[in-house]
Design a protein around this ligand. Structure first.
Ligand code: HEC
Length: 174
């Protein structure tokens, strides 16, 4: 067998990117190709397809709302919130439950007694998007001076990133 005459090249490349821009977008790419020097026109066609897929993936990754982070590390960070918050069921403790908190309207849990400051903050229809949540968790009282959330904040940006990713999908940490 002469390996030069017929090169069978198989590459498997699976890319998954999850991005949030209000709604979840899931992009999954799988390329599989066979290159043979005998069929150059086929080879060109495949190169084009791989390039197109890579471009699509890159443009998703470049979205500003793309949250990177590690949900397992985020679950550990969430221990700091657990004294007051539940995320796995709609149960209020000292603080409101955090089920579906990403993009949830501010101060919107029925039956939870929010501070006046939090109600005012959400009065114009604000939601807890990744950006607002990131600012809040850094130093809650910097964003909402009179919030009743007695929590100093998370100093490390990586902790915030990770806990936000965890809150987005707590099952990802299992
Ligand atoms: C000592 C208790 C306590 C801790 C610890 C705490 N929170 Fe809170 N949290 C509260 C309270 C109370 C509120 C309601 C604040 C208000 O009404 O001003 C709140 C509100 C919030 C809100 C707004 C919810 C809504 O429905 O608008 C978010 C988001 C939030 N907390 C996330 C977190 C995260 C994430 C952590 C951990 C990094 C954390 N909190 C730690 C008590 C706490």
């Amino acid at each position: 067998m002469n390996p030069v005459r017929h090169i069978a090249c198989r590459a498997d490349n699976e890319g998954i990117a999850v991005a949030t821009t209000g709604k979840m977008a899931l992009i999954r790419g799988r390329f599989l190709w066979n290159m043979s020097p005998l069929r150059p026109e086929m080879e060109r066609f495949m190169q084009f397809r791989v390039l197109a897929a890579a471009t699509a993936l890159l443009s998703v990754m470049a979205m500003p709302a793309f949250a990177e982070g590690d949900p397992v590390k985020g679950a550990k960070v969430f221990k700091k919130c657990k004294a007051c918050h539940v995320v796995e069921e709609e149960k209020n403790r000292v603080g409101p439950h955090l089920v579906g908190i990403i993009d949830r309207p501010v101060a919107s849990v029925d039956g939870f007694k929010y501070s006046k400051a939090m109600i005012e903050f959400g009065a114009d229809g604000k939601v807890w998007d990744v950006e607002t949540l990131t600012i809040y968790l850094k130093k809650p009282k910097d964003l909402i001076k009179k919030t009743s959330m007695a929590f100093a904040g998370l100093k490390k940006d990586a902790d915030i990133e990770n806990v936000v990713v965890y809150l987005q999908d707590p099952s990802a940490a299992e």
